[in-house]
Design a protein around this ligand. Structure first.
Ligand SMILES: O=C(O)C1=C[C@@H](OP(=O)(O)O)[C@@H](O)[C@H](O)C1
Ligand SMILES: C=C(OP(=O)(O)O)C(=O)O
Length: 438
């Protein structure tokens, strides 16, 4: 990816914008893998088109699916049996591709090597590799053990049964097993041996399975810290249905647009906000209220975010919705009081070590920031302009955009990183900020 520098625009006045956010990355990539495993064709409507979904399309084609993108609809015809074509899958930097495809590759007849960007080679895979190996699947790590590149020696079938997984580094290990489990001879009974982050994403996986007629449930919950947390899941063996599925807008990617009026004043309306959603971004409503915004879903189903006054700092455990942290960190930097974001050690294995990237970027801007093992403390001070890095991470571009609304002289290197999930981001952002110039 090239090294384009973007200077995000400064807001000149209160915003007044309406934004349609493209489809959810997580939902699109779940729909694509289930379409590969289904017994009949699927029609995925409202699908996202970005680097991560392009990589997933290439991956399912590699395993034999026929894929026809038609605008924001993708029609997938699954193969009768999974056969690798070239035997190589490029995962780019997509966690969903490297994790979701690994157990599916074991169902293919032949070897499949998964590799990706250099930065992908340090993203955790060990918990998943261990679970696959425990199930008798032959996984060969070609570099460092527990990391890409790795080869799955597929034998055309997987017995399944009971398996334990340490998904503390990524909920995607668990989602990956759940997504493939119905195609294993005995289905799967999965026990999570450690707390799982990003639980809404696991609920999203269950929802995607149910939408495709798969019998799957939470088999056990434990009471932890006063709340109920699932620890065991079951997926029954059986066919996966195809047919039509509609993808919700990506609520995580809506976050910077919801946050913008809190910084610049005015209002932003996000069109077609689902009433209920398993996406972590469903939590924006409470989070934006906590930091001092006003947010309401109107009768037409649109979500309106409005400025109310100064931004307040928060002390919040964010393990369930860690994907939202870079946007919350930008708001925290511009708040009138300090913030502590907790329970986010797993962000160190995201597109970049996000705790280190946020600490470094905030420090460059002159804002107080301290990354601890699993938390980030932000002490606001008036930021000054700085050249920031995207670290190859789409969400760090969005972080820079938010800071740039309030601060002159902010720029971000390697803005192309944003195409990972949101190729239209820069154009949409500039159009939204321009509504404040009148
Ligand atoms: O299953 C998914 O689609 C995702 C799960 C989460 O991963 P982690 O549990 O690794 O945070 C999230 O951060 C990622 O962006 C998407
Ligand atoms: C962590 C993220 O992505 P991935 O699906 O690559 O893990 C993200 O989009 O914030």
């Amino acid at each position: 990816m090239s090294e384009g520098v973007w200077c995000p625009p400064r807001a000149r006045g209160p915003l007044d914008a309406e934004v349609r956010i493209p489809g959810s990355k997580s939902a699109t990539n779940r729909a694509l893998v289930l379409a590969l495993l289904a017994e009949e064709p699927s029609r995925i409507e409202g699908a996202l088109s970005c680097r991560d979904t392009d990589l997933m399309i290439a991956a399912i084609r590699e395993l034999g699916a026929q894929v026809e993108p038609q605008g924001d609809t993708i029609v997938v015809t699954p193969p009768p049996r999974l056969h690798p074509r070239s035997g190589r899958i490029d995962c780019g930097l997509a966690g969903t591709v490297m994790r979701f495809i690994a157990p599916i590759a074991a169902l293919a007849n032949g070897d499949v090597t998964l590799d990706g960007d250099e930065a992908a080679r340090v993203r955790p895979m060990a918990g998943l590799v261990r679970a696959l190996t425990d199930m008798g699947i032959e996984v060969e790590c070609l570099g460092e053990p527990g990391f890409l590149p790795l080869t799955i020696h597929g034998r055309g079938r997987v017995r399944g049964g009971r398996v334990e997984v340490d998904a503390s580094a990524s909920s995607q290990f668990l989602s990956a097993l759940l997504l493939a489990g119905a195609r294993f001879d005995e289905g799967l009974e999965i026990h999570a041996s450690t707390p799982v982050p990003s639980l809404p994403h696991v609920a999203m996986t269950m929802e995607a399975l149910h939408a495709r007629g798969v019998e799957a449930d939470v088999a056990r919950v434990s009471v932890l810290h006063g709340g109920e947390t699932p620890t065991d899941w079951r997926v029954h063996p059986g066919p996966i249905r195809g047919g039509r599925i509609i993808i919700e807008p990506d609520l995580t990617n809506a976050g910077p647009f919801l946050a913008a009026p809190l910084i610049a004043g005015g209002q932003v309306r996000i069109l077609d906000w689902p009433e209920n959603s398993t996406q972590p971004g469903a939590h924006w409503r409470e989070l934006m209220t906590m930091v001092g915004g006003r947010i309401n879903r109107d009768d037409d189903g649109h979500l309106l975010s409005q400025a109310m006054g100064p931004i307040s700092g928060i002390d919040q455990t964010m393990s369930e919705y860690g994907e939202l942290v870079p946007t919350v960190a930008a708001l925290a930097a511009l708040a009138v009081s300090p913030s502590t974001l907790r329970g986010i050690a797993h962000l160190r294995g995201h597109e970049t070590d996000r705790l280190a990237a946020l600490e470094e970027s905030l420090t460059r801007l002159g804002v107080g920031a301290q990354a601890r093992l699993g938390s980030l403390v932000i002490t606001p001070r008036p930021p000054s302009g700085a050249e920031l890095d995207s670290y190859g991470d789409h969400r760090m571009v969005m972080f820079a955009a938010l800071i740039g609304l309030a601060v002159n002289g902010v720029s971000v290197r390697d803005v192309e990183a944003v195409t990972k999930t949101f190729p239209q981001f820069v154009d949409l952002w500039e159009a939204v900020v321009a509504t404040g110039a009148a």
